[in-house]
Design a protein around this ligand. Sequence first.
Ligand code: PGA
Length: 254
Amino acid sequence: MSKKLIIANWKMNPATAREAILLAKKIEAGVVKKARVSVVIAPPFPFIPEVRLVIKKARIGAQDAFWEGAGPYTGAVSWRHLQALGVHHVIVGHSERRIYLGETDEMVQKKVRALLENGMSPILCVGEKERMGNEIPDVVRDQLNTALAGVKKDVITNLVIAYEPVWAISTMSGAHPDTPDNAFRAAVFVRHVLTKLYGRERAENIPVIYGGSVNAANIFSFLKEGKMEGALVGGASLKPKEFVNIIRAAAEAH
Ligand code: PGA
C-alpha cells in the first residue's frame, strides 16, 4: 500500500524568517518519522533555504513555480530555482492563485508540464467553487482535462492530484470540510477522468489527496472512509501540535 502524503501549505505565513524557523523547529521536534506517511512542508519562497536546514523528517515543497527555467520573466520563480533548493513537490493551480492572481487552466498546464518533464512532482489542485448536492461539478473535469492536455503518459509518474473544493477552504466565509463520502466520490470522479487520459493502470497509480479544512479530528476519516491518499493542509499546518497530530492520525489510517 502506498504511503499517505501530507502536505503543509503555509500560504503567505508566517511573516518573518524567525517565525518560520520557529514553526519548523516545533514541527520537526514533534514529528516521529512514520514509514507510512510522507510529509512535505511548503513555506513561502524566501523561507525555503532556512526551513530546509531545520526540517529533516519531512521534505521541502513550494507553493508555485514558473514554467520556464530561466529568462526575462520579472518576479517569477522557476522550477529550476526550486530544484536547486532541493524542492521536489510543487503545489500548482491552487484556487487562491486562480482567484487572486488570474491563473488560468492553460497556465496551470504549462506549470504541470514543466515540472513533470523535469522530474519534479506537481500537486495539481482542482475543485469547484460551488456544489449543489453530491454530484462533483463538471468544472473539475474541465480543470483536469485542460491542465493535463498534452502531458504525455510517460512523464506522469510524479503527478499528484489535490481535490480541493474551494468552499471548503478554511479561510472562505462559511467554510466547512467536505464529507469523507463526497471526497471518496470526488476521488472516483478524478480517477475516471485520469483513466480516460492515461488508461486504468496508470490512473490508479496517481495519488488523489483531499484539501479543505483538514484537521487532526477529521483527517482519519478522509483517509480511511474517504480513501484519500493524503491531504493538503492549510490553516492547521501552522499549528505545530495540530499538524503533528494530523501526521500521527494519517499513520493509523491504513
Ligand atoms: P485549509 O487550506 O486547510 O486552511 O482549508 C487548504 C488549502 O488551501 O490548501
